[in-house]
Design a protein around this ligand. Structure first.
Ligand code: UGA
Length: 460
């Protein structure tokens, strides 16, 4: 099939490459001419495992091309995927839909034959219905255009895998024709047994925000338990493991620590609250406010524990930071908890030396005031305290004995609960974590002193 993918950010670039790889002719579209030029050379605009190879392969084969022209897109194909961003509005919690609107309004007048516009961006319930009215007004007389919604559930760091082998495909359609087109687009996946759920556009829009809200709630639930564990001298990692054996609960997304960030979960739960309020059911999702607050609190807790470990004051302290991205296997620093903590500590007088395997360039562009180094050992050299803020696998492979020799004071705060605390302690490190006793839970052992309850307010 001939498909266009409009918006070549995280979602669109991966979707375009994967659609070409599964045999379609694909035209990627973006307003950013520099990004399009880069993509046209087969160069990935961000770090995502597997994407670079896939882009090169499909650009070389000619199945994947790029343009900045919506007119060319309208002429190229009859199925148009909308993958542009829906960030949080500047002065409210609601989603900013101006990019989605601009694409649909820019494309509709050029459509010549029966066309399907398929939204993939995360949008508030009711968006498809609203856009349908716009398209009906803007498409040329007699041209049959339908708007459908087909949300994307990919995770950064696993985007290629998630797009090629999704857990499910959700098609929000208003006609059997649109349903048939989407089944054709995804035919290879359907043959491989991926569940396909055909429903109304409003349900499809809601599935996406409900899924992200559930995931955010699960993370904040375990982080709330971590706070209770700190107060009770219990261990949240063991608690999560024990909970996770109950298959109704499951172990995934119960990793307690610094909490969630990124370009999706934080803004999506806020947009959901805003939309629910407009629909008159704000109370139904009021719990998401708590989810958001618990999440923000983990950043403050981390700063407070770090300050405590640094002797009660950051002034003049050298802090080594491991991790800047909002999660491993990504170079994305949008709303990154790691970077927020590093910046707060810097504002409170510390010298921060940061290392991240992929995120340094992006981190430097938003936080130029921090010092960046190109390996973990350098970040720890001469440090009075080391903070482990993003759980990159390479940090688990560090040799704590080597680092202990170069740190000024061998103290580490593991804010992601993924380091082998016993190993680090045996190499001479003082280790603290979120929701875990210090030293580790042994029968009859005392809990660590509780962390100051007045949370730091110096966090961006
Ligand atoms: C999230 C969803 O997981 C995807 O399904 C969805 O498609 C995507 O948003 C989106 O809406 O586009 P993503 O933002 O890539 O994906 O990242 P996640 O893997 O969900 O992680 C989000 C944050 O939660 C990260 O900061 C991560 O460190 C944190 N997290 C995750 C925890 O703190 N604990 C956990 O147990 C899991």
């Amino acid at each position: 099939m001939r498909l266009t993918v409009i918006g070549t950010g995280y979602l669109g670039a991966v979707h375009a490459a994967c659609m070409a790889d599964s045999g379609h002719e694909v035209l990627g579209v973006d307003v950013d001419a520099r990004k399009i030029a880069r993509l046209a050379q087969g160069r990935a605009p961000f770090f995502e495992p597997g994407l670079q190879e896939m882009l090169t392969r499909n650009v070389e084969s000619g199945r994947l091309r790029f343009t900045t022209s919506l007119r060319e897109a309208a002429e190229f194909g009859q199925v148009h995927f909308v993958c542009v961003g829906t960030p949080q509005k500047e002065n409210s919690q609601a989603a900013d839909l101006r990019f989605v609107d601009a694409v649909v309004e820019g494309l509709a007048p050029y459509l010549r034959g029966p066309s399907l516009i398929v939204g993939k961006s995360t949008v508030p319930a009711g968006t498809t219905a609203r856009l349908t009215v716009r398209v009906d007004a803007l498409a040329p007389e007699g041209v049959d255009v339908e708007v459908a919604w087909n949300p994307e559930f990919l995770r950064e760091g696993h985007a290629v895998e998630d797009t090629l082998r999704p857990d499910r495909i959700v098609a929000g359609v208003s006609s059997s024709r649109a349903d048939a087109v989407l089944r054709d687009v995804y035919a290879p996946m359907l043959r491989a047994g991926v569940p396909y759920i055909s429903t109304t556009p409003a349900t499809a829009e809601l599935v996406k925000v409900a899924a992200n809200s559930f995931l955010a709630t699960k993370i904040s639930f375990i982080n709330a338990m971590a706070e209770v564990c700190d107060a009770a001298g219990a261990d949240v990692v063991t608690l999560a493991e024990a909970l996770g054996h109950d298959t109704r609960i499951g172990r995934r997304f119960l990793a307690a620590g610094l909490g969630f960030g990124g370009g999706c979960l934080p803004k999506d739960i806020r947009a959901f609250m805003a939309r629910a309020g407009e629909l008159g059911v704000g109370d139904s999702v009021a719990f998401l406010h708590q989810v958001d607050q618990i999440n923000g609190r983990q950043r403050h807790r981390t700063v407070d524990i770090a300050r405590d470990m640094a002797g009660g004051d950051f002034t003049g302290r050298r802090i080594g930071v491991l991790g800047a991205t909002f999660k491993p296997d990504s170079d994305d620093v949008r709303d990154s908890p790691a970077l927020a903590v590093a910046a707060a500590i810097h504002r409170q007088g510390a010298t921060v030396r940061l290392y991240d395997p992929q995120g340094i360039e992006n981190a430097r562009s938003v936080m130029p005031q921090l010092e960046y180094v190109h390996d973990a050992t350098k970040a720890c050299e001469g440090a009075d305290l080391v903070l482990h803020l993003t759980e990159w696998p390479e940090f688990r492979r560090l040799d704590p004995a080597v680092l202990a020799a170069s740190a000024a004071v061998p103290k580490i705060l593991d804010a992601r609960n993924t380091l082998d605390a016993a190993l680090w302690r045996s190499a001479g490190w003082t280790v603290r974590a979120l929701g875990r006793p210090t030293p580790p839970a042994l029968p009859n052992q005392q809990a660590a002193a509780p962390v100051a309850s007045a949370y730091s307010s110096d966090l961006g």
